[in-house]
Design a binder for this molecule. Structure first.
Ligand code: ADP
Length: 315
């Protein structure tokens, strides 16, 4: 991975201009740029924080930067977003990634109507389940093949990005920890310890970090893919009338009752032929991933195997 100068990156983004900006997250801002050799990249620039009140956030950001750099330079897989370079100069912390032209899965699932209806994920179960399979393979690699194993800790649809051929890749390793390491107060007590709606409740109770917590978050993503509903969404049924509702409460009872058709509506394509069985299998594996007790959840290799089967059914 290449070291860039601040001058080069600033030139490539017109001085980190607003027009070059494509997104922002907990880490800072993300810019699109073209390198002199023609490669399009996403430049992630950490927010600069200097005043006392912001010191805590700055500490978190520095921690996230180092951890992302350390972890990303060790991993290489077609379903993980590749790190191409970095810059750590004059207090700046910048990472350069391969650019993912179709953006985040979150926008395809929950973006505005036009974004959603023009996405292949809106019309094809095969495309939808392939995204799940790709992302599962990325997480499986982190758990099973990275040495030492890595726990991502922030699996969610905005951290699953789509390449121009719709290959899904897992991104944002800022919160990742090497499996077996202790989650220190600096990584557990702050807002950066995960995302509401995706966090494993058992992890919070026992403070014991294992791969099973990623499996839980991945299960929430699977239930979002199957239902088209956000992890936490408004309940518009007559009884619920607008109160917040978790996708787990929404989907799992129907899955356990063997009545998956109840949770499918106009937000997802209508399954046809073998797709009906494929969707039911994915809903079932999603429900298993979010079981309260970590030990009863499947491991990522089992999730991958089930998704491979489901995709085959859709072909
Ligand atoms: P967060 O901290 O919320 O996970 P990030 O800082 O990783 O978010 O990214 C914010 C947004 O920028 C993403 O949701 C995505 O739309 C965009 N983005 C991030 N990385 C890339 C990339 N490699 N290619 C294209 N877009 C990206």
């Amino acid at each position: 991975c290449e070291e860039f100068t601040l001058k080069d990156l600033s030139r490539l983004t017109n001085g980190f201009a607003e027009e070059a900006k494509i997104g922002s997250g907990s880490f800072g801002s993300v810019y699109r740029a073209k390198l002199p050799d023609g490669r399009v990249v996403a430049i992630k620039r950490a927010e600069r924080a200097s005043t006392g009140a912001r010191r805590r956030r700055r500490f978190d950001a520095e921690h996230a930067f180092r951890s992302e750099l350390r972890l990303l330079s060790r991993v290489n897989h077609r379903n993980l977003v590749s790190l191409l370079g970095f810059c750590e100069e004059r207090g700046e912390r910048i990472l350069v990634f391969e650019f993912m032209p179709h953006g985040a899965l979150h926008d395809h699932l929950h973006g505005d109507e036009t974004d959603r209806s023009s996405s292949p994920l809106f019309s094809s179960w095969e495309a939808r389940l392939r995204v799940a399979l790709d992302a599962a393979r990325g997480v499986e690699y982190l758990h099973c093949y990275a040495v030492p194993p890595i726990i991502h800790r922030d699996i969610k649809p905005s951290n699953i990005l789509l390449d121009d051929d719709w290959t899904a890749k897992v991104s944002d390793f800022g919160l990742s920890l090497v499996s077996g390491s202790k989650a220190t107060p600096s990584t557990t007590s702050s807002a950066t310890a995960g995302t509401v709606g995706y966090m494993d409740p058992e992890y919070y109770r026992l403070q014991e970090l294992t791969e099973r917590s990623d499996v839980y978050s991945f299960g929430v993503v699977l239930l979002e893919l199957v239902t088209g509903r956000k992890a936490i969404h408004r309940d518009n049924s007559q009884e619920g009338s607008g109160s917040p509702r978790n996708v787990i409460e929404f989907a799992v009872p129907a899955v356990e009752a063997g009545d998956v058709s109840k949770i499918l509506d106009g937000r997802v394509p209508a399954p046809r032929g073998h797709e009906v069985e494929a969707v039911a299998r994915v809903a079932k594996i999603g429900a298993e991933c979010v079981r309260a007790r970590g030990r009863t959840r499947p491991v990522m290799s089992e999730v991958v195997a089930e998704l491979e089967w489901a995709v085959t059914l859709c072909e």
